[in-house]
Design a protein around this ligand. Structure first.
Ligand code: HEM
Length: 155
């Protein structure tokens, strides 16, 4: 049965948690890969990060601020996935992310950019453990999250 709040089916939740288990073993590196892909695909996203001003991607790769942000994002994702079966709690966590990014002027469109590259990110990082079903489950989850972010930021 699909979750009344997120719309995720049990199979989709299982696909997300199983793939997250693999990605979260190496949070720092996998978080770095995700954000370095975001920066190279959408270079203007770098403008939100004061510490990265006038730095090349190669320089950014070696910076402690990059490792710290990548790690923070991945632990935040970890809390979301950990609460996929307590959707009320997960919603509360997403609303917090919405609020603290609103303060930085980061709205739904930026989160959508991250969603747009997530399928390839899964292929790259999961290799033959990636599948169409896993990618589609994540896409549904991220889409739900991003709509909630928009709603919370406009409240
Ligand atoms: C799944 C999506 C995301 C999650 C879970 C996430 C999570 C977080 C967390 C936990 C923090 C640190 C806590 C805080 O300072 O409030 C943070 C900070 C930040 N995030 Fe995100 N974030 C996401 C997407 C994005 C996107 C798409 C951007 C920009 C395009 C972004 C830009 C920033 C910036 C600029 C900071 C402050 C960094 C710093 O002070 O070093 N985030 N994010």
């Amino acid at each position: 049965m699909a979750c009344k709040i997120t719309g995720l089916t049990s199979a989709e939740k299982a696909a997300i948690t199983a793939s997250w288990k693999i990605l979260s073993v190496n949070k720092k590196d996998n978080g770095m890969t995700l954000f370095l892909t975001l920066f190279s695909t959408y270079p203007d996203t770098l403008n939100y990060f004061k510490a990265f001003e006038n730095k090349s991607l190669d320089e950014i790769k070696g910076m402690s601020d990059m490792r710290a942000h990548a790690t923070a994002v991945m632990y935040a994702m970890d809390s979301l996935i950990d609460n996929v079966d307590d959707p009320e709690c997960m919603v509360g966590l997403v609303r917090k992310i919405a609020r603290n990014h609103k303060g930085r002027n980061i709205g739904k469109a930026r989160f959508e950019q991250l969603r747009s590259l997530y399928g390839n990110y899964l292929d790259t990082n999961l290799g033959n453990r990636s599948s169409a079903a896993t990618k589609s489950a994540w896409d549904k989850f991220l889409s739900y999250m991003n709509n909630l972010i928009e709603k919370e930021q406009n409240a």
